[in-house]
Write a protein that binds this ligand. Structure first.
Ligand SMILES: [Zn+2]
Length: 470
């Protein structure tokens, strides 16, 4: 074997145990005791976990007229330092552009910059896209996304949503949905602006949680009616979670995701006072994302949702915009503040520290939320998300005692602020291996651009059938 990692605690969603891992030609080829290889890595006192998979990212994307601060290169640097080795980005077609042309564009964009493995979800914007759904699996795309919010840009109507879920099911695709009622939000935003309510807090006030739960209810009802699978992205509220619970109890094939920002911040953060001269009252713009941050009781409900299994995945919705040069576009109109926050770099450490260390989140659950369920749902089962024979050797040596303070001065993404500035974290990636190659160790990267491989993903049905048999 090329490499043997010894003495670590190997963690999968199904359990944890002290075991050696043998790696050859990029794959895990043996798990056991007393393995030997040409090179040995000692993992005493450390966990060995599957490389993180972030299934909700917006790298190198133009959204709401602004280009994200992170391109694939800087986003991947952050991902690696945080223990994430695969991600799935959203591809937005331009108006009138076909899905296949969109996919080809994005593959072109990422190819020369990539450091980690990447896949794509395609965004459905118009009726003509439905004709292309039968072609997506053969291109390695097993999931699509619909927006029920962002009126007059990417929002689609209820009829097109219904038809999409229906046809996606027929062709083995998983539909993901941003569930907020965009029509009512649009009305509330206009009403607020007419009253000159322009500061960041009104972003949250014009997107109340009822408009999330109502939209989740609608989307889940469609899935239930059609016996189709559905994935609800970035659930942010108690009310939203309640709809998830109901749908799951009814037996709907529905899965839910939340993101770190909803676990750590509240709408009070939109009213923070900062220290940037002239922008003291605009500090909250850094926390603008959609759905918006909620209240403390929502945070508590989301943490419970993770522990109880109502939430299946923690991803990031990483969509970074600089504070000074980009967020300030909304200085006199909150609706013009680019929507989005970072997270690709901090996701794993935040969930480990505040989940496993502080809330008794089991390590197995941590792995399930960050790697195994993402792989299972998004067509990577058998390749990623688990430390098992035959899987890619995407292995993170996780040091549970690594202490650091999160800060803009030390992060690797390309952003002029850190959302988690000053958070003190215990736990982090000491070494990161992607397909058998060590790409990061002790704070040093050893990876070239172009290293990432396209994730050719299979249908969610593959996982479900496999699961039923095992
Ligand atoms: Zn998103």
């Amino acid at each position: 074997m090329d490499v043997v990692i010894k003495n670590g605690i190997l963690v999968n969603a199904a359990g944890k145990t002290e075991m050696d891992i043998g790696v050859e030609a990029g794959k895990i080829v043996a798990l056991g005791k007393n393995l030997s290889g040409r090179k040995t890595i000692d993992a005493s006192g450390k966990y060995l976990i599957p490389g993180g998979i972030d299934v909700h990212t917006h790298l190198e994307t133009v959204f709401g007229g602004s280009q994200t601060a992170d391109d694939f290169f800087s986003g991947h640097l952050g991902a690696i330092a945080g223990g994430t080795t695969s991600h799935i980005n959203f591809c937005f077609p331009d108006p009138g552009q076909s899905l296949l042309a969109t996919l080809a564009n994005w593959q072109q964009k990422v190819r020369s910059k990539s450091l980690i493995d990447y896949g794509f979800h395609l965004v459905i914007r118009e009726e003509s896209h439905l004709e292309e759904l039968p072609m997506l699996l053969e291109k390695g795309v097993s999931s699509i996304k619909c927006f029920l919010a962002y009126k007059d840009t990417v929002q689609i109507d209820e009829e097109l949503f219904f038809k999409t879920v229906e046809k996606a099911k027929e062709h083995g695709l998983l539909t993901m949905v941003h569930a907020e009622n965009g029509n009512i939000i649009d009305y509330l935003v206009k009403k607020a602006l007419a009253k000159e309510l322009i500061s960041p807090i009104f972003h949250a006030r014009t997107r109340p949680p009822e408009l999330e739960s109502q939209s989740i209810h609608f989307a889940a009802s469609v899935a239930s009616m059609l016996h189709a699978p559905l994935y609800i992205v970035h659930v942010s509220s108690t009310k939203g979670l309640e709809e998830i619970r109901r749908a799951k109890e009814r037996g709907t094939n529905l899965w839910a995701e939340t993101c770190p920002q909803y676990l750590f911040f509240t709408e009070a953060d939109l009213e923070r006072k900062g220290h940037t001269p002239g922008l003291e009252h605009f500090e909250g713009a850094k926390w603008i994302c959609s759905p918006p941050l909620r209240k403390q009781e929502d945070q508590i409900a989301l943490w419970e949702g993770l522990l109880l299994g109502l939430i299946d995945v923690v991803s990031t919705d990483h969509c970074s915009f600089h504070f000074l040069s980009q967020k300030t576009r909304g200085l006199s109109d909150f609706s013009k503040i680019p929507n989005g926050v970072p997270g690709i770099e901090e996701r794993m450490a935040l969930l480990f520290h505040y989940g496993c260390n502080q809330r008794n989140l089991p390590m197995e659950k941590f792995v399930s939320l960050t790697a195994e369920m993402p792989a299972f749902l998004f067509g990577l089962e058998g390749k990623k998300g688990r430390l098992a024979e035959g899987y890619d050797a995407d292995i993170v040596l996780w040091d549970p005692n690594k202490r650091r303070i999160l800060s803009v001065g030390s992060h690797h993404i390309q952003l002029d602020y850190n959302l988690y500035e000053g958070f003190t974290i215990k736990g982090g990636a000491e070494m990161v291996m992607l397909r058998g190659n060590i790409i990061y160790a002790n704070g040093q990267f050893s990876v070239e651009q172009g290293n990432g491989k396209y994730l050719f993903r299979s249908s969610y049905k593959h996982s479900l059938n496999h699961d039923a048999k095992s």
